[in-house]
Design a protein. Sequence first.
Length: 172
Amino acid sequence: MYPKAYLNYLYHFHCDRDYFECHEVLEEYWKEKDAGEREVHWVGLIQIAVGLYHHRRGNFKGSLRMLQNACRIIGKESAAIEALGLDSARLLKSLEERIVCVTKQEPYASMNLPIIDPDLQLSCEALAQSASKVWGAASDLFDDSLVNRHTLRDRSDVIEERQRQLKLRRKG
C-alpha cells in the first residue's frame, strides 16, 4: 500500500534517527518519477528530516529554513499527507512548535511523526523489530557518524549534478 522508500524513511526517522538517510531514501524515490509526476509532499517530508538533522547539529539557520519550507508544503498538501497515514494537523502543529524551538536556539530533541494508520504503525514496528531496533528511541547525540553524517559520505556525484543544473539554468 505504501512505497517501500516511505517505510524505510519512517524506520530511519523513528528508530535510528538517521535523518540524512531519510533524506537519501525519499529523494531517490522522488527522483525516480518523471519531473511532471514528482509530488511535492515528498519534498515536505524530506525537508522535515533535513531540518531535524540541522537542528541536531546546531545549524539553526539551516534548520529554520528547511522546517519553514516543510511547514508550507505540509499545510498545502494535507490530503496527500493524510493519504500517507499521517495526521497532517498534528504534524503541522509539531512543525510549528519545532520552528519556535529552533528560533529560540533551544537544543534538539527527537520528534515523532503522528502516524494514524494502525496498519502502517504495525508494519513500521515490525520492521524495527526485525532489525532489532526500538521504535521511537531517542536520538544518540554522541554518535558522530549519525550527527555529522553528511560530512562523512562521498557526495561528489550530488555536487557535480547541482553544478551541472546551475550551469543549465544560467544558460537558459
